[in-house]
Design a protein around this ligand. Structure first.
Ligand SMILES: CC(C)(COP(=O)(O)OP(=O)(O)OC[C@H]1O[C@@H](n2cnc3c(N)ncnc32)[C@H](O)[C@@H]1OP(=O)(O)O)[C@@H](O)C(=O)NCCC(=O)NCCS
Length: 185
């Protein structure tokens, strides 16, 4: 497996990345048209767009965009081909994205991972008045990917109650990927 830039002139790879979105995250991208738009938006030089490929087959895709100039990048989105889950491809793509962010001077990567399917203990309940208290006690009966991100070093840093409608929160996670000096006191 190789991890390489996704280029706009590689139409087959662009379409395979879009097809992964529709297959794996249909809540966000229900049609090829919307998924192709998302992939196209990841291709300009100011973004990071990387695919895991085996020959001509795309087995995963990750993208990132600068969110706090010169500091922090958002990972969005990440998908690994269904038949290839739990083989280390997601971990490799996240590590690759982090390396690309370091090259561009960033020190933190963050992401939002929605719970739209009621997979975690944060779903289908009232999270106010203390969403962070619920987040501190999160459990994962449905196999939500937040645990994948914990395995690769991310920490839950917040939760947005009802982000996608009542009981469907977004879970925010982040990781420091480069040393950062604390301010002198
Ligand atoms: C989440 C996803 C990218 C993980 O990719 P993957 O290639 O299967 O992950 P890896 O094999 O690299 O797993 C890395 C570690 O995380 C663990 N892990 C992977 N998915 C997990 C899950 N859903 N729950 C708990 N742990 C998980 C693995 O066991 C492995 O642990 P270890 O190396 O410490 O033993 C993949 O399942 C996917 O594409 N899911 C659908 C799309 C999606 O949810 N994307 C994220 C939206 S924010």
């Amino acid at each position: 497996m190789q991890t390489v830039d996704l280029h706009s002139d590689d139409q087959s790879a662009v379409e395979q990345a879009a097809a992964l979105l529709v297959d794996l995250l249909p809540e966000g991208w229900s049609t090829m048209e919307s998924a192709l738009r998302e992939v196209a938006e990841s291709l300009p030089d100011e973004r990071i767009s990387r695919i895991a490929r085996e020959g001509e087959e795309v087995v995963g895709w990750v993208s990132g965009q600068e969110a706090y100039i010169g500091h922090t990048w958002e990972l969005h989105p990440l998908v690994v081909k269904r038949e290839r889950h739990r083989q280390g491809i997601g971990r490799a793509l996240v590590a690759d994205l982090e390396e690309r962010v370091r090259e561009r001077g960033g020190h933190t990567v963050y992401l939002g991972t929605d719970d739209e399917r009621g997979e975690t203990s944060l779903a289908n309940i009232e999270l106010y008045p203390d969403p962070l208290e619920h987040a501190a006690r999160i459990t994962n009966p449905g196999g939500h990917p937040y645990e994948f991100y914990q395995h690769v070093g991310y920490t839950i840093v917040g939760v947005l109650p009802d982000a996608n409608g009542f009981g469907r929160p977004d879970i925010f996670m982040a990781k420091r990927i480069a040393p950062l000096a604390a301010p002198q006191t």
